[in-house]
Design a protein around this ligand. Structure first.
Ligand code: ADP
Ligand code: MG
Length: 316
């Protein structure tokens, strides 16, 4: 098994206890510490801001960083893998599929196809690259009790795959509340490395947060916790070259009289931190409309795909 070359305890000012805390919160990659803000690190580690600032500076010195040359950034980005959704149109909308080193969010009404895309991806990630996969496995965090191995088996069989083998390579955890969800993500490091995971699905990211923080006064702590979770997910995505696929519920805003009143849960926090945001809508029958709402490098656009008994497919 590959072990980390970088020893957190080598950072001046970091003892075994702090090293554990860093590992637990996903700061296993020195670069993730180097690019953290003192405020963020202080909050997460529950230490003073000045101490956090010193640790960050020490790591930056160890990495000899000020700037990274663009070719190094490019080198890292060349490692990005893409997982096919099963629909070429949807893949194209996503710039070639669901990417590693990024968080892809889909939001939409009940039945719009969020979970189905997740199921399809959990199978497709296991395919070889020439078939749209990464020859790797999937970690699936189920918060709504809607994970359906039977459906996944159907999708796998339709591709001519051994469904038992496919199901064995999908590691499922049921999250019972938002704390538990955070806990599962914080514990994901090890299993990601050990089980060759390249896709992490959270279906859905927000349902527990919505249920656990109900009152108006609880909005700020909820957003703070969601923010921390998303930072953690982005760090995992970067350091493990992992695709993070999350689904999100929608709210209907009664104040909007004209136009589409649905909007995603999670507010600005989620809007800023998902790399790609896809809005899903039902069309007639099997058809669904996907719209790219936000992306750093892709044009806005729309496509239609289908949810068939065999899984996600193009419109014929
Ligand atoms: P959500 O966005 O709420 O997660 P889903 O991804 O669960 O929605 O999509 C549910 C829809 O997927 C159903 O309404 C149905 O149209 C379709 N679907 C689910 N299972 C099958 C199946 N076995 N065959 C065909 N279509 C299916
Ligand atoms: Mg669902």
């Amino acid at each position: 098994m590959k072990k980390k070359k970088f020893n957190l305890e080598d950072i001046p000012g970091v003892g075994p206890k702090l090293a554990d805390k860093l590992t637990e919160t996903g700061f296993t990659d020195p670069m993730s510490i180097a690019v953290a803000s003192p405020g963020e690190l202080a909050r997460i580690l529950e230490i003073g801001k000045a101490t956090a600032g010193k640790i960050i500076n020490n790591v930056r010195q160890m990495l000899k960083m000020g700037y990274t040359s663009a070719d190094k950034v490019w080198e890292q980005r060349k490692k990005i893998g893409k997982i096919s959704t099963g629909s070429q149109a949807l893949d194209e909308l996503l710039g070639g599929g669901v990417e590693t080193q990024a968080i892809t969010e889909t939001y939409g009404q009940f039945g719009s196809g969020k979970s189905q895309i997740g199921f399809q991806l959990s199978v497709n990630v296991q395919l070889p690259p020439e078939k749209g996969g990464l020859n790797a496995n999937c970690l699936f965090i189920d918060t709504e009790a809607t994970f359906r191995p039977g459906r996944i088996s159907q999708i796998a069989t339709a591709l001519g795959l051994d469904s038992n083998k496919i199901l064995k390579n999908i590691y499922v955890a049921r999250a019972y509340n938002s704390d538990h969800e955070v806990f599962l993500v914080e514990k994901a490091n090890e299993i990601i490395e050990d089980k060759k995971i390249r896709l992490l699905i959270i279906d859905s990211l927000t349902s527990h947060f919505r249920a656990d923080y109900i009152g108006r006064g609880e909005l700020a702590p909820r957003q703070q916790k969601l923010n921390k979770l998303l930072h953690h997910l982005q760090r995992l995505a970067d350091s493990m070259n992992l695709a993070v696929f999350v689904t999100n519920q929608v709210l209907s805003n009664p104040a909007i009289l004209f136009g589409d009143p649905t909007r995603p849960v999670g507010g600005h926090v989620l809007a800023h931190q998902s790399t790609y945001r896809i809005y899903l809508r039902k069309s007639s029958g099997e058809k669904r409309i996907a719209k790219m709402m936000d992306s750093p490098n892709l044009p806005p656009g729309e496509c239609i795909f289908r949810i068939t008994p065999e899984g996600i497919r193009d419109v014929k």
